[in-house]
Design a protein. Sequence first.
Length: 278
Amino acid sequence: MNDMVPPPLFTAAQYKSATKPIWCPGCGDFTVLNAVTKALALVQRPPHEVAVVSGIGCSSRIPAYTSCYGFHGVHGRSLAAATGLKVARPDLTVLVASGDGDGYSIGGNHFLHACRRNVDLTYIVMDNHVYGMTKGQPSPTTEPDWDSKLSPGGTGVRSFHPLVIALASGANFVARAFSGDQTGTAEIIAAGIRHPGFSFIEILSPCVTFRPEQREWKNLVHEAAVPATDDPARAARRIMTDDGFNVGILYAGERAPYRAPTGRAPCGVGDLEKEFAL
Ligand SMILES: Cc1ncc(C[n+]2csc(CCOP(=O)(O)OP(=O)(O)O)c2C)c(N)n1
Ligand code: SF4
């Protein structure tokens, strides 16, 4: 009997493109990129069967750094593009990458409805509590008392709570990860890809340029003490009462993912052009 396990076909390096990231040295997004390619190697989908979709922001540059199909769209609209793609091409694995500005501010409405629709996407948000690309404006997750040149004395506005909002809106998988733990983040992303329906993964990913104090996050994060639950009420209590640094899969539900209705007459591009002709 031959009990040799064949080696995996795809290594993490094969999911990387030749384009070198231009993030600031020390930015958390470097390790998120590594975690994404590691996760893809864990699930062993060939790069041409994976699409990475994003909006605009430092974090949203990720598609260009992978060898998969990529779509770097407009600010806040990654989930709309990804939803259309997944419904039209259910055979693809679709990953969506965003930042807290892109995903929770201008894209906030799309976030709610993507959770509600439960299309089989894996949505990773690199949350650094700031708009990095546009030089440090407060985002929806910025602490109300964060004092900066652009928000003297702080905004005084309560922070958005992405995980509990995702859960309440119907996301089928809710997790928190920390970019400093590359292996743990890769495992959570791989679990999100494997889980049917809309998987939401919030990744704490420090912006060392505009929020250098976030380097301290590595001392604050800790592994979730209890395993994931499929009970939304229990998950809500956990998420609402944790300290924001509880890392792991917090909810894994069993809601059936959205499937496009079958039986419709096929509609080609020519038919669509006729329908919308002026
Ligand atoms: C419609 C539109 N509005 C505003 C902008 C400017 N803009 C580009 S990136 C960005 C914020 C990005 O912040 P975030 O999503 O948190 O990503 P980060 O750069 O921190 O990774 C803004 C406001 C834009 N490109 N398009
Ligand atoms: S500005 Fe912040 S988020 Fe953007 S690359 Fe630099 S450290 Fe990363």
